[in-house]
Design a protein around this ligand. Structure first.
Ligand code: FEO
Length: 166
């Protein structure tokens, strides 16, 4: 069992993860609308991943004898200026989520709740990946917008395999 404070904070994080899922699904709809099927696919998978994050915390609350309390999910934006603007927002959003996870870890430490702290370490590592992958897509998109030829050449170079000396 954990403290009411931790239970409330974890429930708030379930809501934040569900909002992330909703936000990325809205971004996917935007990309579908402008016929960028690859970006729409990426965002749809991202939305599913966020749902799995919410469920991971939801399961943790139940497992520890708490009560998962589902609250209203804020409506996400519907429109963006450009595909690049979308990925800038993804990166900013992930940085914000990292801050939320860090606050949860701080709370678990102050409550001397080692089990919750241990559980949250998965999310600490996940946020490093989330920020890196959002940043990678953003950088590639900016390069493609600036220098489409260079972007395609880079994809070619990435395919090189080592040919051992005969
Ligand atoms: Fe659930 Fe993208 O962090």
């Amino acid at each position: 069992m954990f403290s009411r404070k931790i239970e409330t904070a974890l429930n708030q994080q379930v809501n934040a993860e569900l909002y992330s899922s909703y936000l990325y699904l809205s971004m996917s709809a935007y990309f579908s609308e402008i016929n960028l099927a690859g970006c729409a696919h990426w965002m749809r998978l991202q939305a599913q991943e966020e749902l799995s994050h919410a469920l991971k915390i939801y399961d943790c609350i139940n497992e520890r004898g708490g009560r998962a309390e589902l609250s209203g999910i804020e409506a996400p934006p519907q429109k963006w200026e450009s595909p690049t603007a979308v990925f800038k927002e993804v990166l900013l959003h992930e940085q914000k989520v990292t801050g939320l996870i860090n606050q949860l870890v701080d709370l678990a430490i102050s409550e001397k709740d080692h089990a919750t702290n241990n559980f949250l370490q998965w999310f600490v590592a996940e946020q490093v990946e989330e920020e890196a992958s959002a940043n990678e897509v953003l950088q590639k998109m900016q390069l493609a917008a600036r220098e489409g030829g260079l972007f395609i050449l880079d994809q070619e170079l990435a395919k090189r395999v080592l040919t051992p000396a005969a």
